[in-house]
Design a protein around this ligand. Structure first.
Ligand SMILES: Nc1ncnc2c1ncn2[C@@H]1O[C@H](COP(=O)(O)OP(=O)(O)OP(=O)(O)O)[C@@H](O)[C@H]1O
Ligand SMILES: [Mg+2]
Length: 249
């Protein structure tokens, strides 16, 4: 499609002969929230790391905003924001210093970085903790900082790899509400989560991954319709039906 912002074609990546990503293809339209769902070890994070230019694929193609992730990774890095599954924070720096640091990394001036950092801390409800050392923060607060970092530099595409995993309801809600706001503003997002209700409410389309492959891809409504009355069936049921496993196993 002409407005496809992300094009992924036949991606492969092995680790010591083990196929972590085994022929993955999908597209994401501009302004779409696209969900990547799957059990532990399905290959979701590996796929995201390849798209985010952190890892090179063995073969296949990734085009983001017209730029090749393998041939022109710098151009891709300029337009993406990444909220990694593993927290990537400097524990000895304050919340503000962390955000400013990552803002400088994406090319903001000192003044711009500070301004955006404060605005993002406010969004996350952490304005009053701006000067606090991250080492002293709760797990949920660290997740909120991790998420805020992804917004620095106003990226056109966000990778959110389980941004709300294992945290208190208050932090989860802060992050969830911000994804809703980003959706309303037309942000393009690749989103992984183990919370099926969140995926159902947020995503225009979802891909279910298992064993390095995409085994189903459709709107949440379309996927639910495959196994029953979409008003009664949940994405959790779909997931169980497709993979034979519950997401929280
Ligand atoms: N750097 C690596 N070296 C070796 N094996 C790896 C590496 N990265 C990932 N793998 C393996 O590839 C497979 C896919 O891992 P990946 O992290 O992409 O899964 P995931 O779908 O994100 O899982 P989770 O839901 O647990 O986050 C796993 O079997 C994992 O052990
Ligand atoms: Mg993962």
């Amino acid at each position: 499609m002409a407005d496809d912002f992300v094009i992924v074609r036949d991606l492969h990546r092995s680790f010591n002969g083990f196929k972590a990503v085994d022929g993955v293809s999908f597209t994401i339209a501009r302004g779409e929230i696209f969900g990547l769902l799957g059990p532990n070890g399905a290959g979701k994070t590996t796929t995201i790391r390849i798209l985010a230019t952190v890892l090179r694929p063995d073969s296949g193609e990734v085009i983001i905003g017209g730029h090749s992730a393998t041939k022109d990774p710098q151009a891709v890095r300029r337009i993406i924001g990444v909220c990694p599954q593993e927290l990537a924070l400097y524990e000895d720096l304050s919340a503000l210093e962390n955000l400013v640091f990552f803002g400088r990394m994406v090319g903001l001036s000192g003044g711009e970085a500070k301004e955006q950092a404060m605005a993002n801390l406010r969004l996350m409800g952490l304005e009053e903790r701006a000067k606090g050392k991250v080492a002293k923060f709760s797990g949920g607060m660290k997740r909120r900082i991790n998420f805020a970092i992804a917004l620095m530099g106003h990226p056109e595409l966000l990778f959110l790899d389980e941004p709300t995993v294992g945290i208190d309801p208050q932090s989860r809600n802060h992050i969830y509400e911000n994804i809703v706001a980003l959706k309303e503003k037309g942000m393009t997002v690749l989103y992984t989560t183990h919370y099926m209700e969140e995926a159902d409410r947020l995503c225009r389309r979802v891909a279910v991954m298992d064993g390095g492959r995409i085994i189903a891809m459709d709107t949440p409504y379309g996927l639910k319709s495959r196994i029953g009355d979409p008003a009664k069936v949940t994405l959790e049921d779909v997931f169980l039906h497709l993979t034979g496993r519950s997401l929280r196993d």
